[in-house]
Structure formats: C-alpha cells, structure tokens
Design a protein around this ligand. Sequence first.
Ligand code: NAP
Length: 292
Amino acid sequence: MEEIGFLGLGIMGKAMSMNLLSHGFKVTVWNRTLSRCDELVKHGATVGETPAAVIKKCKYTIAMLSDPAAALSVVFEKDGVLEQIGSGKNYIDMSTVDAETSSKISEAITSKGGYFLEAPVSGSKKPAEDGQLVILAAGEKALYDAALPVFDVLGKKSFFLGQVGNGAKMKLVVNMTMGSMMNAFSEGIVLADKSGLNPQTLLDVLDLGAIANPMFKMKGPFMIQGSYPPAFPLKHQQKDMRLALALGDENSVAMPVAAASNEAFKKARSMGLGDLDFSAVHETVASSKSSS
Ligand SMILES: NC(=O)c1ccc[n+]([C@@H]2O[C@H](COP(=O)([O-])OP(=O)(O)OC[C@H]3O[C@@H](n4cnc5c(N)ncnc54)[C@H](OP(=O)(O)O)[C@@H]3O)[C@@H](O)[C@H]2O)c1
C-alpha cells in the first residue's frame, strides 16, 4: 500500500493515522472539522479537502467515524466517498456501526466497482497509539489480505470474519459485554464505599481473583477519584449498547443486563457526561443521594 487516505481524526483516527505516519506510510487526511488535520500535517500528512478528494488521490482509504449517521454521511453526501469510488479503489470502514449500515455502504461501493471491508476495532486510545488494537474485519477477502501490512501496524491481531456485517456484529457483542461489566464494576465500587469499605482495597482484591481484567485495573483508580478523561467517549458506548440491543431484538435474544446498562448510560448522557470516558457511568450510582 503506497498512499493511504484517512477520514476522521477523532480520538481513535488521530492516534491511528499518527501511527501510520510514524511507520513510514504516506497519509492523506480529512476531518469534518478541518483544523483537526493541522497536527497530522506537522507530522508529515497531507490534507484532502473533502472525502471525495481523498478517495480520488488514494487507492486505499480508511474511515474512523463516530456512528452510523457519520459513516453514512461521509459516503453518501455531497463531496462524499461515492463521488470518486470506482474500479481500483478500496474503502475500509473501521468505525463501530451496525451491520445494516455497513451493508448499505458496502453495496453502494461495490456497485460502483470499488472494494469494501468493514474493520471495527477492539481497544481504546492507548492501544490505538501503541498499535495494539484487535481488528474485526469482514467483507472483501482480497482487500483484507492487501490491508494486512496496515493492520499489522495498527493492531496486535486481526480476524477475518467472513461476510459484511460479521465484523460489526462481533464488535457490538464485545462492547455490549464491556458496557455491562462497567456498570457492575461501578455498582461494586459504590457499594464498597457506602458500606464502609475502602474502594482501593476492593480494586486490590478484584485484581487478584478470577474477574481481574485490564479494564478494571486501568479505570478503577480514576473512577475512585471521580476522574474520567475521555479514552472511549460515553456517548459512543451508549450508541454501541443501543445497536447491540437492536441486534438482540433481531435475534430474539433477551438481554436484561445490557438493557439496564443502556439505561444507565442514557442517564449519564442526560447528566451531561457524554463526552467523558464511558467509566463516567459510575457517576450515575456514585452521585445518587441515599435516603436513609
Ligand atoms: N475511543 C475508543 O476507545 C474507541 C474504541 C474502539 C472503537 N471506537 C469507535 O471508533 C469510532 C471513533 O471513535 P472516537 O473515540 O475516535 O470518536 P471521536 O473522538 O468522537 O471522533 C469522532 C469522529 O467522527 C467525526 N464525525 C462525527 N460526526 C460526523 C459527521 N456527521 N460527518 C463527518 N464526520 C463526523 C468527528 O469529526 P469532528 O472532529 O468534526 O467532530 C471525528 O473525526 C466510533 O465508532 C467509536 O465507537 C472508539
């Protein structure tokens, strides 16, 4: 892969495109808020004025956008991807979206002769910076094979999961599980605290047992302090819960734990916490007043 286009320079897109630059790839970037390209330019990127301009310039283009609405808009709207996609062009969408959104994008791109791969990722800001993401790809296998040198830079492991939609579904299942775990963890910290235990001791105990995991270890100390610097914005976690619940609906899978967790994330959004890290859902429990 010679020149790579990159659409979307949020928390993840910025870290991923920086990583590509530092590994010697030529990268052409675009972001809706164009000023966010400046820092990448300082590190050697060039700027495409529109998604269409990036597609025109690059044989391979990656997108990392917030949600289904953003992913669709960048492809279908004026100056979007579809205006320049065609034979010999390759589009890899790494945003977390639902299978239906991904399929719509895939159909539009392949009907114009382009190749499409969905490749959402597991892992957050730090793994993105360190090239330690887990890549959940599905779609055009030839494009997956061609993209492996890029995935090797961005991630520690990639999976090819078959037809379009399977990557999206896998990502939603993973994040539904993670969101439910985060709520149970928050309740545990608050219960320890309110019942007279030291929450730090709870973290130490959890870390030595069978439910020890990197997420509790990394987020726990910040949560105890009520500090939530955004690595994975809470609004995106709630979007993933919502999309996972819809997948549950489609497949008649009852998910009462996920449904309750979604309500907690919605509550956190209503409290103005959407742009903080998803661990800020802790505040929905920690800040509730006890009545006795
Ligand atoms: N952060 C994580 O830990 C993490 C981990 C795994 C997967 N993900 C997924 O990766 C994706 C990106 O996450 P992030 O954390 O990087 O989010 P973010 O920091 O909120 O960045 C979102 C990006 O999407 C762009 N965008 C939003 N709406 C748009 C629209 N209508 N048209 C064009 N561009 C639009 C934003 O542009 P502006 O700069 O103009 O707002 C920005 O570049 C999401 O799907 C998320 O669920 C995130």
